[in-house]
Design a protein. Structure first.
Length: 91
């Protein structure tokens, strides 16, 4: 009758699989930290002129006109709109 134990080869495969998953997880975490650092550096460099809320809303309206006229795609529109909306100051 079988003892119900795993064979040595099966245990080795399982250990190798766990090690590979662990290495992949570590690599993913390192990559995520590097991307976060890059985003923080980009945000720190963005010290352009500060626009008033009225100027920002005029630019958003212009974006809408350009998008409606087919001058830009949806991804570009969303990205530029998000950048402008992030600049709005709330008193």
């Amino acid at each position: 009758m079988a003892t119900g134990r795993s064979s040595f080869a099966k245990r080795q495969r399982d250990m190798a699989k766990k090690a590979k998953a662990s290495a992949k997880r570590e690599k993913k975490l390192e990559k995520g930290d590097d991307e976060l650092d890059d985003e923080l550096d980009d945000a720190a460099e963005d010290t352009g002129p500060v626009l008033s809320n009225e100027e920002i809303m005029e630019r958003v309206a212009d974006l809408h006109r350009r998008y409606d006229d087919g001058q830009m795609d949806l991804d570009t529109f969303d990205e530029e709109r998000a950048n402008l909306m992030a600049q709005i100051s709330v008193d």
